[in-house]
Design a protein around this ligand. Structure first.
Ligand SMILES: NC(=O)c1ccc[n+]([C@@H]2O[C@H](COP(=O)([O-])OP(=O)(O)OC[C@H]3O[C@@H](n4cnc5c(N)ncnc54)[C@H](O)[C@@H]3O)[C@@H](O)[C@H]2O)c1
Length: 171
């Protein structure tokens, strides 16, 4: 039994470098891992060299719709996603007076827009606990003659509240 048994992870840009090392670590801990990269050959090689369940999705995440397709591939194969590592990226470096709009935009795309789109694509699949809370709310109201708690109250139920220390001026 390892820490991430039964979990599913996506690591973008994981054919090499930090992404590959992250994918290896997640796999060692028991997670199934989707390997994504622009470079299909390197992605296949990485997936073959990692022991454990892997899936390869070759694609440029800056292209519209590709993040959604990647997540759908994971759901079709494994039915869940628990971990997202937004790793894909690169540095296009230049002194500011030589940095073109196109280069700067490419860095914004891969480091800001892509992570946003990936988070948006996985979010519905990571929100199952919220559905369980809603089901608990329905069970509560069926059992109790009292009104069920408001949504804001539900949000606080189950959280532990650490008592505040008395302020020094309270005597
Ligand atoms: N190495 C560093 O010192 C360092 C420092 C700070 C931040 N980072 C960031 O960490 C991340 C990983 O860095 P690394 O050094 O391992 O880089 P790397 O170049 O070794 O690996 C990045 C991988 O991302 C893939 N990739 C790039 N654009 C992609 C796209 N549009 N769609 C899918 N895959 C794409 C590349 O093909 C490559 O395999 C990057 O986001 C980088 O900006 C690295």
């Amino acid at each position: 039994m390892t820490l991430l048994d039964g979990k599913v992870a996506i690591v973008t840009g994981s054919a090499r470098g930090i992404g590959r090392a992250t994918a290896e670590l997640l796999s060692q801990q028991g997670a199934k891992v989707l390997i994504n990269d622009l470079d299909g050959d390197a992605a296949e090689q990485t997936a073959n060299e990692i022991s454990g369940d892997t899936l390869v999705f070759v694609g440029d995440l800056t292209r519209e719709g590709v993040p959604d397709k990647l997540v759908q591939r994971v759901i079709d194969e494994w039915g869940q996603v628990d971990i997202l590592v937004n790793n894909a990226g690169y540095t296009l470096d230049a002194p500011i007076h030589k940095m073109s709009d196109a280069w700067f935009q490419r860095m914004l795309d891969i480091h800001s827009i892509v992570p946003f789109r990936m988070c948006r694509a996985v979010a519905p699949h990571m929100r199952e606990p919220a559905k369980e809370d809603a089901a608990r709310g329905a069970r509560y109201s069926a059992r109790s003659s009292a009104s069920p708690p408001s949504p804001a109250r539900w949000a606080t139920l189950g959280r532990r509240t650490t008592p505040r220390a008395s302020p020094p001026w309270s005597g």
